[in-house]
Design a protein around this ligand. Structure first.
Ligand code: SF4
Length: 121
């Protein structure tokens, strides 16, 4: 299967996404405490109720944000690099998603990339 080139490989496009987040992100508005997007405790893997509350908080924090799509793309780009280069998993709320939800997306997209490589070989 052939995939289109990722738009995030275009540095100018990536910069424009960051600009959009700076200008339109709810979490970047003056007077907003960014710590609200980084709750102190992320629940353990089996804490179903805590995870559900966290996910609801993530949805609520980012609800209506005009930069949500840009935020999800930049989060994926950054967190993929952090994971590959530093073995550092996502943390905090970004793009309306809890860190484990973004981590699962990264894993799923890596599987898709690996499958494409195998098919091309
Ligand atoms: S989607 Fe959420 S984390 Fe991303 S810029 Fe908007 S408010 Fe901030």
């Amino acid at each position: 299967m052939t995939r289109a080139k990722s738009p995030t490989s275009d540095l100018a496009r990536l910069r424009s996404l960051y600009d959009q987040i700076t200008e339109e992100g709810l979490c970047t508005r003056p007077g907003v405490d960014p710590d609200h997007w980084f709750p102190d405790a992320e629940p353990a893997g089996n804490a179903t109720t805590q995870r559900r509350f966290y996910e609801q908080a993530a949805t609520a924090r980012c609800a209506g944000c005009k930069a949500l799509a840009a935020c999800q793309v930049t989060a994926e780009v950054e967190e993929r690099a952090d994971l590959m280069l530093h073995d550092c998993a996502p943390h905090g709320i970004r793009g309306g998603l809890a860190p484990w939800a973004r981590f699962e997306r990264l894993l799923a997209s890596n599987i898709a990339v690996e499958t494409d490589k195998e098919e091309a070989a």
